[in-house]
Design a binder for this molecule. Structure first.
Ligand code: CA
Ligand code: CA
Ligand code: CA
Length: 250
């Protein structure tokens, strides 16, 4: 009896000490680019960036259930967690979509590598493919700020259901930004979807915000977790944004 009680107390202590919500979030600033993205396996044989830019691969792969606009909302992100994106076999190759389903994983891009859309997935530097990645920015307060994207070639970015950036001209360098864009962020979760279509030559994406945005927690975490933190936010989406702070503080 005594032995069992000791064991129980020890177990309780272990549970109490274990940080159930231990996470190191990513952050951004004027010189801090976001390296970890929740990304979909690349869509190969895209017909070039001009063609690819006009195609919603989420709609194509789900029979219209998902769209870029919808997935870039907290509700749409929840639906993405239960969906499969199945594209035509013609878009498979180099390990991408080989089983007919384009899976999502946390990938780390090298923010100094001008072929990071390829290399982030362990692909040899390639042509004619399209990259998709998502981050969730947990903002302690609503704000207007400036987003700084670099890309090669055609970048489109949605935030909270709205296309906020549409630029088919590559920026000329993996850390070169030609069109800084003013955007609004809400208090709580902001879903950012970055799509980039590559034709030839370099293939890269990159993104940072401002020094004044360094208070924003960004998912995926440094540990490479996405759904556990994005999912909490989705469940709590109708509640006050303090819910996230309370969960995080536990
Ligand atoms: Ca797959
Ligand atoms: Ca290329
Ligand atoms: Ca290119």
């Amino acid at each position: 009896m005594r032995k069992r009680m000791t064991f129980s107390l020890a177990l309780a202590a272990t549970v109490a000490i274990s940080p159930a919500f231990a996470a190191t979030f990513q952050h951004t600033a004027s010189d801090v680019w976001i390296a970890k993205w929740f990304a979909m396996e690349n869509v190969m044989n895209n017909g070039g960036f001009a063609v690819s830019g006009g195609i919603d691969y989420f709609a194509e792969g789900t029979g219209g259930d998902l769209t870029y606009e919808f997935v870039s909302t907290t509700k749409g992100l929840g639906d993405l967690s239960r969906a499969e994106i199945s594209l035509d076999d013609a878009h498979a190759g180099l390990g991408m979509g080989e089983d007919g389903v384009w899976d999502w994983e946390v990938v780390e891009i090298d923010t100094d590598d001008s072929n990071n859309m390829s290399t982030g997935w362990g692909m040899v530097a390639s042509d004619n493919f399209t990259w998709h990645g998502i981050i969730v920015m947990k903002a302690p307060s609503a704000r207007s700020t400036t987003m700084h994207p670099a890309h090669d070639d055609y970048a489109q970015i949605w935030i909270n259901g709205e296309l906020v950036y549409d630029n088919d001209q590559w920026t000329g360098g993996v850390k070169t930004v030609t069109q800084p864009m003013d955007v609004d962020l809400v208090q709580g979760d902001n879903v950012v979807l970055f799509k980039c279509g590559e034709s030839g030559g370099d293939d890269y994406i990159n993104l940072h915000f401002e020094d004044s945005d360094s208070d924003i927690d960004i998912v995926p975490t440094e540990e490479g977790d996405f759904w556990i933190y994005a999912g909490l936010a989705v469940e709590a989406r109708d509640k006050a944004s303090t819910t996230w702070g309370e969960l995080k503080a536990r």
